[in-house]
Design a binder for this molecule. Sequence first.
Ligand SMILES: NC(=O)c1ccc[n+]([C@@H]2O[C@H](COP(=O)([O-])OP(=O)(O)OC[C@H]3O[C@@H](n4cnc5c(N)ncnc54)[C@H](OP(=O)(O)O)[C@@H]3O)[C@@H](O)[C@H]2O)c1
Length: 303
Amino acid sequence: MSKSILVTGATGFIGSRLVSSLVEKKYSVSSLIRKGKSGHVKSKNIIGDLTDSKLDIPDTEFDCVFHLASHTPLEKNKKVLEKVNLEGTKNLFSHIKDKTKAITYISGLGVYGETQDGIVDESFPYNPNTDFVKIRLEAQRFLEKNCKELGINFTVIHFGDVYGSGGWFYDVLVKRLLKNTFRLPKGGDYYKAFLHVDDAVGSMVSILEKNAINETYIVADPAFVKFKEFVDFTADNIGASHPGTIPMFVAKAVLGGDLIKLLTTSMKVSNKKISQIYEFKFPSYQQGIPNVISELKTRELLK
Ligand SMILES: NC(=O)c1ccc[n+]([C@@H]2O[C@H](COP(=O)([O-])OP(=O)(O)OC[C@H]3O[C@@H](n4cnc5c(N)ncnc54)[C@H](OP(=O)(O)O)[C@@H]3O)[C@@H](O)[C@H]2O)c1
């Protein structure tokens, strides 16, 4: 019998692609989606909100729950972040704890904070420096503790910045580069770790299929790249001009201090651990971005 999987955040940039991949691989997939949204036609779509105390998860035994639903760091209101990302996670847990053998929690690299030029791997201590990542880490620790107590397998994945034909890469970077309204805080002079969305999905599926659970993984491609190089390369690929800089005080005023801190914190990472069980399809942005741009062209989204 095929494994039964629940995906939260199933209508999102990464979650929707995870659901498609699992459906294609013949898993029995359930998706938590909010009212008014439509999920994959071959998934059992459960309508509900993380924060709803009457969340109605059917009585099925799941082999794994992939928890991706969250507000992004664009949400500046701490109370909203706490309500959805922390209390919502606790509420979800109370409704799935008797129905799942494993939970995989999707997080980001922001939890490692300032790392003083070291190459971050899974042994690095967490050092959260914004409200967004502090809340995200609290939710992780809640799940970790409670899963342990109940004998539920618990896995954490810290993704690098995920690019693809949706999400921030398309909505914020590509669209604004085309309109020449994108600007680089700090001139883009900081290292970032990137990840093609196919590799985000591929790594999650690989962890599931190889049963490589009860672990923490950093998942990003291994290239050390400054944000400016990544952005200029994207601009070259879509025929846009290289963007200029925005002064930090203006960037903070527009986007908020926490988001700017998250965006401009320099980080180099090692992906040795995940590479032992997953072979990256796009090991660098130079391979991944042309693939995304050609998909955007096919979908006529580069206008
Ligand atoms: N994208 C990245 O670069 C990146 C990097 C590192 C980690 N991550 C993490 O990966 C996960 C997925 O990211 P993403 O880029 O796919 O985000 P996304 O496109 O913003 O998707 C977020 C998903 O969460 C759902 N959601 C939000 N609030 C909810 C609530 N109260 N109840 C139920 N569902 C709710 C959204 O539903 P609606 O469609 O109804 O809004 C959507 O399906 C997130 O946890 C994110 O923090 C992403």
